[in-house]
Design a binder for this molecule. Structure first.
Ligand code: IPE
Ligand code: IPE
Ligand code: MG
Length: 242
C-alpha cells in the first residue's frame, strides 16, 4: 500500500518494531517554570504526533513506555495526573480504529482503576483484528515484573503436569510475555539524555539497536525520529555472527 509519507530510509530497511521510552517530561516542564504534570500533557501530544508519523511512513509495530512499575513511587498527584492522561490516550487510540491499527497494552492491568482496566480491555478487544499497524502502550510495565509473571505461569503448568521442564524453550518463554504476538524490538529510542533502559523490554531488546538523544520527549519530533532511522540504517547488525 502506498505510504502517506516517504520514510527517510528505503522502506525495506525500516525497523519492524520501534520502542520509545517517553522520558524527559518533568525536565521539560521545569525548564519552563511549569508543574511536572504540564510536561506529561505535552508529552502526550508528542505521543500522538509520533504515532501518526510512524503510521504515515509505514512502521508496523511501535511500543511506547508510558508508565513503569517503578513510577508508582512518584507523588500521588503526579501519578493521578498520569492516570488521567491514560484516559486521554484511550480516547486518542480509539481514533485509530478506523485506520486498521491494533492496540495492545503491555503491562499489569490489575494495578489500574476499574474504568481504566475495562477501557484498556475493551480497546484491545475491539482492535484485535486490525493488521496494518500494532500500537503497544506499556503501562504499569516492568520487564522484571513481566518475566517474573512468565516464570510463575510456566511453573504452574509444570506443577499441573501440562509442561515438562525440558520443553521450556526460548520460544515458550517469549510466548509467556505480554509481547507474545510481537516481533523483537529492532530499534530502541531513549530521548532526554539518559543512557539506560529503566526496566523496559529487556528480553525483547536482546539485539535491539539502541539510540539515545538529548531531546526531551515533549520536544521529540518526526525529524528526531528520522535521525534515529538514518542512524539505524547505518548499523551493522550481526546477531552474534560475522
Ligand atoms: C517520563 O518523563 C514520563 C514518565 C515516567 C511517566 P519523566 O516524568 O520521567 O521526566 P523527567 O525524567 O523527570 O524529566
Ligand atoms: C522510564 O523513565 C519510564 C517511562 C518513561 C515510563 P523514568 O524517568 O521512570 O526512568 P529513570 O527513573 O530515569 O530510570
Ligand atoms: Mg524520567
Amino acid at each position: 500500500m502506498a505510504k502517506a509519507k516517504q520514510p527517510p530510509i528505503p522502506a525495506e530497511m525500516l525497523p519492524k518494531h520501534i520502542a520509545f521510552i517517553m522520558d524527559g517530561n518533568g525536565r521539560w516542564a521545569k525548564k519552563r517554570g511549569l508543574p511536572r504534570t504540564a510536561g506529561h500533557t505535552e508529552g502526550a501530544r508528542t505521543f500522538k504526533k509520533i504515532v501518526r508519523y510512524c503510521k504515515d511512513i509505514g512502521i508496523e509495530n511501535i511500543t511506547f513506555y508510558a508508565f513503569s512499575t517503578e513510577n508508582w513511587k512518584r507523588p500521588d498527584e503526579e501519578v493521578s495526573a498520569i492516570m488521567n492522561l491514560m484516559r486521554e490516550y484511550l480516547v486518542e487510540v480509539r481514533r485509530y480504529m478506523t485506520e486498521n491499527t491494533r492496540l495492545i497494552v503491555l503491562g499489569d492491568k490489575s494495578g489500574f482503576s476499574p474504568d481504566l482496566r475495562q477501557g484498556f480491555a475493551a480497546i484491545e478487544e475491539d482492535t484485535k483484528h486490525f493488521t496494518e499497524m500494532t500500537l503497544n502502550l506499556a503501562v504499569n510495565y516492568g520487564a522484571r515484573h513481566e518475566m517474573t509473571g512468565a516464570v510463575r505461569q510456566l511453573a504452574q503448568q509444570v506443577q499441573a503436569g501440562t509442561l515438562a521442564p525440558e520443553d521450556i524453550t526460548e520460544d515458550t518463554i517469549s510466548q509467556a510475555l505480554y509481547t507474545k504476538e510481537l516481533p523483537d524490538v529492532d530499534l530502541m529510542i531513549r530521548p532526554s539524555g539518559e543512557y539506560r533502559l529503566s526496566n523496559f523490554l529487556l528480553w525483547q531488546s536482546a539485539y535491539a539497536e539502541l539510540y539515545f538523544c538529548d531531546t526531551l520527549w515533549p520536544d521529540f519530533s518526526p525529524k528526531d525520529l528520522d535521525a534515529a532511522l538514518i542512524a539505524y540504517a547505518q548499523r551493522n547488525r550481526r546477531f552474534g555472527g560475522v
